[in-house]
Design a protein around this ligand. Structure first.
Ligand code: KIV
Ligand code: ZN
Length: 388
């Protein structure tokens, strides 16, 4: 495998599902897990088995049906959590236990009332215990974003010696700037003597809107796994949006490879938004309703001449049929003629000018001119405007 291969770890069903009001039942989780496998993610974090009976069952059932993708269960650095995660993963073809503990001084002192030395011991103990159940053990250093880098490096070296296969470096509070997060990953990559025995993973939260940028800084500095959720859902401001990271790698950093079929991004985004009751904002990159919609005259004219004038992604690449021309009071004649043509009317010259004048009168009264309005304009009948 090329060392430029970036593994995609989806945690929509675990970190993503922590959003209040987005709880999923097992059947819904199975449907999403199958779609994630189809999408080509490398790891599905299916849940936190010790947290509830329902989560245990979901992880177990996902482990049963998923055949080609690693299925992962979360645990704290607690023996009981690890045992329950191992049981839940019993049927998985490729099981992974994800265990860890907070490594920042603030977590060590104010969450665990502990010390760095005891934290290091617990981290190593947890990895060794998880390793007694499964081969593939990922270690997370919670709040790594605010952890002392030298201590983080010591923990990393120790847990790799204990058998960790992946080291997750979460910016749990979304605190880091991209260059800081990148430097953290680079430091571990260059200074941990046994780093070549494990993969470094990004896990960025979006509290300052930097989750995607931080994840990419991680990849550019040596991380080869990215963690995130579809649509960027997650607690507070959410996790890094996988669709963004994947498309940035594809369009701007193509020397990195993923196993993702990007044509399925739009459909999985919709599935998750509907099932989890989380609308996607219209201007969301890649999967928002307006991501490929053009409404101003200058842009419409440009995009109709050559799509690339205003689009850097072909909508087909992410599973959207076509770009959208939306008729508004900012639209020009080119867009009007284009939309009229789609309805079978060839508007040109004076006829186009006359229709455009009437079009503007309607457009000034409504948010956008829809198909019905347009048909009436083209058939020269009065347009009834319903103001809501
Ligand atoms: O954000 C975080 O630190 C996490 C860990 C539990 C992996 O989600
Ligand atoms: Zn997280």
């Amino acid at each position: 495998m090329s060392d430029q291969r970036v593994y995609v770890f989806d945690t929509t069903l675990r970190d993503g599902e922590q959003v209040p009001g987005s709880k999923l039942n097992t059947e819904q989780k199975l449907k999403i897990a199958l779609q994630l496998e189809e999408l080509g993610v490398d790891v599905i974090e299916a849940g936190f088995p010790v947290s509830s009976k329902g989560d245990f069952t979901s992880v177990q059932e996902i482990g049963r049906i998923i055949k080609n993708t690693t299925v992962c269960g979360l645990s704290r650095a607690v023996e009981k959590d690890i045992e329950v995660a191992a049981q839940a993963l019993m049927y998985a073809t490729y099981p992974r236990i994800h265990t860890g503990i907070g490594t920042s001084d603030i977590h060590i002192k104010h969450k665990f009332n502990s010390t760095r030395e005891k934290t290091l011991e617990r981290a190593v103990g947890a990895v060794k215990y998880a390793k007694s159940f499964v081969e593939d053990v990922e270690f997370y250093a919670e709040d790594a974003g605010r952890s002392d880098i030298k201590f983080l490096a010591r923990v990393t070296e120790a847990v790799i010696n204990a058998g960790a296969t992946v080291i997750n470096v979460p910016d749990t509070t979304g605190y880091c700037l991209p260059h800081e997060y990148g430097e953290k990953i680079r430091y571990l990559y260059e200074n941990v003597p046994n780093m070549h025995k494990a993969i470094l993973s990004t896990h960025c939260h979006n509290d300052l809107g930097l989750a995607t940028a931080n994840s990419l800084a991680g990849v550019e500095n040596g991380a080869r796994q990215v963690e995130g959720t579809i649509n960027g859902i997650g607690e507070r401001a959410g996790n890094s949006a996988l669709e963004e990271i994947i498309m940035i790698l594809k369009k701007r950093l193509p020397h990195f490879e993923t196993g993702i079929n990007t044509k399925l991004l739009n459909s999985i985004s919709r599935l998750i938004s509907e099932t989890m009751n989380m609308p996607v904002q219209a201007n969301k990159a890649i999967v928002g309703e307006n991501a490929f919609a053009h409404s101003s005259g200058i842009h419409q004219d440009g995009v109709l001449k050559l799509r690339e004038n205003y689009e850097i992604i072909d909508p087909l690449e992410v599973g959207v049929d076509h770009s959208k021309i939306v008729l508004t009071a900012r639209s020009g004649r080119a867009a009007l003629a284009y939309k009229a043509k789609q309805l079978g009317y060839d508007l040109q010259g004076e006829e186009l000018n006359r229709t455009y004048e009437r079009f503007l009168q309607v457009a000034d009264e409504v948010k956008f001119v829809n198909r019905d309005h347009l048909l009436k304009l083209l058939e020269n009948v009065p347009v009834e405007i319903v103001v809501r």
